[in-house]
Design a protein around this ligand. Sequence first.
Ligand code: GLY
Ligand code: MN
Ligand code: MN
Length: 355
Amino acid sequence: MHKRLARARDMLQQKGLDAVLVQSPVNRRYLSGFTGTAGTLLITDSKSILITDFRYTCQAERQCRDFMVTECREGLWDSLNSLVREYQVKKLGFEDDFFTYRQYIKMRENLEGIEPVPLGEELNILRAVKDREEMGIMRTAARISEKALEHVLPMIKPGVTEREISKELEVFMIRAGCTGPAFDFIVASGWRSAMPHGVAADKKIEYGDLVTIDFGGKYEGYCSDMTRTFVVGKCSQKQKEIYETVLAAQHAALEQIRATLRGCDADSTARSVIEKAGYGEYFGHGLGHGVGLEVHEAPVLGPKSETILEPGMTVTVEPGIYMEGFGGVRIEDLVVVTDNGVENLNNFPKELMVL
Ligand code: GLY
Ligand code: MN
Ligand code: MN
């Protein structure tokens, strides 16, 4: 946590802030280690304070060794007001992507004379490069998801509903140590596979269906996110062609991704493979995104992303082709960017499987 706090303090200095207020569960956990549901961090250049209530003081003292834990009995804003006066805070950064308008009004009313400064992405991007501990957790999260997929493979056959597969994946991952799903799982079969985010429904798998399964668990706070697409029973020539195109696009991007590459370049490498095959208009989303405490976080791998990849960033590589009335294919791996390429956290086979 030391290094993370030091980086937050560098950001304070660069932005000319006296302190930052952190309330989002992910940034709060990232900077302090606190996993409770109610707590506010106030970080100045020399003080780290966690304000929480009676329910969480004991937990916070155990989890947040680098923080002074304060229990707010009179309400959060009273406590904050005393603290900002005590530490002579004038410019206070806040998470404008998390604060509600109501909280913002309360801050204005209660912290009179303080200048609130929206942080934009400044705090979030501290989480983009993972440290050794985070990478270890994410490797385990990815491994659990692969075991879960292996476990449900025999279930993927005509007559079984998408929801049954989704539930089985979830239960398996929880038994293996996850606290829950990282998002609503996508199990999209047949015509539904043309919906990139077709959350598992009551539709039964049918003979000849493409089945896209996109899922991930939360393990020690960190998400996994992977996708495989299968065909059930028999595979048509067109299904095979689309599948091979998506796989070739993913291979091309995986071959190219390394530190110093821009997000848009990774995207265009995959996209051009799909365009050359004549399916460009059916790849309507970006190539990938960062994953960590949130399933979607910085950086973005998309046509507009100027972000320069750095070693330790964990990103998905997930091209797809989706054709209404026909179906869709997506293949998604979670990788760690390195100086020379990527470490792929997903080793689940990718050659077309007809189940
Ligand atoms: N599960 C959503 C995504 O892959 O981005
Ligand atoms: Mn996914
Ligand atoms: Mn994803």
